[in-house]
Design a protein around this ligand. Structure first.
Ligand SMILES: C[S@@+](CC[C@H](N)C(=O)[O-])C[C@H]1O[C@@H](n2cnc3c(N)ncnc32)[C@H](O)[C@@H]1O
Length: 207
């Protein structure tokens, strides 16, 4: 069994559970924020966020086609929300094409980096995403440090240690709110229980 030893949370009030990162992300959202969700699936996180802040602007990026998204929304019993702008493309291409002056107050990358090339994520995407966060804005990441148990048929492309992320966020510029690795028994999207070795990370850009 190989997973990182859990590290203490900087914010001990956040419970370590399946939605811990999402809760922390939503807690930090302010009225009129513009959020970016990478690998957003059906936009469930933003739909939760709208009940706290109804006037958010959201850009949701996912490679799912319109038809697949429609099926996902039916499956999750949600409706397409006008406040979400869907960009159907590859997240790497999307991040590469971001305008230099485009800023978001919050970026969420939950359960997506494990599908991408690690070198591209660490050397290219994360530096680019850091530039795209407005002062006071947040970046929240959940990804995997080991394959699930039992594993899926197809292994992930990349696995991460929380240090891989932390080393890119100098403390002069970033307030690290969450930096932990935990093994949690959660429902997968296939609705079966698995042990997931998760890295959760949340950083707020200092003003
Ligand atoms: C495991 S789901 C996670 C969804 C959501 N973020 C969550 O935490 O529930 C991964 C999502 O990322 C999308 N995805 C995977 N690789 C992608 C890529 N290279 N570009 C865009 N979307 C991608 C999939 O279509 C899927 O909707």
């Amino acid at each position: 069994m190989s997973f990182e030893a859990p590290q203490p949370l900087t914010n001990s009030e956040n419970p370590v559970d399946g939605t811990r990162l999402v809760q922390a992300f939503i807690e930090n959202i302010k009225a009129h924020d513009h959020l970016l969700d990478l690998g957003a699936r059906d936009g469930w996180v933003e739909q939760m966020a709208f009940s706290k802040e109804p006037n958010l602007t959201v850009t949701a990026v996912d490679k799912m086609s319109d038809e697949e998204l429609a099926k996902e929304l039916i499956r999750s019993e949600r409706v397409r929300d006008e406040r979400i702008t869907w960009v159907i493309t590859d997240v790497v291409e999307y991040v590469r094409s971001l305008a230099k002056d485009q800023k978001f107050q919050g970026i969420l990358a939950q359960n997506i980096f494990q599908f991408l090339d690690k070198k591209v994520v660490l050397k290219e995407l994360l530096p680019r995403l850091q530039q795209s966060i407005a002062p006071g804005g947040q970046l929240a990441i959940r990804t995997f440090s080991a394959e699930p148990e039992p594993p899926f048929e197809k292994p992930f492309t990349s696995l991460y240690r929380s240090d891989d992320l932390l080393s890119l966020f100098p403390e002069q510029q970033w307030d690290i709110r969450i930096n932990s690795a935990n093994k949690l028994n959660l429902n997968s999207l296939r609705n079966d229980k698995r042990d997931f070795s998760l890295v959760d990370f949340q950083a707020v850009k200092k003003k």
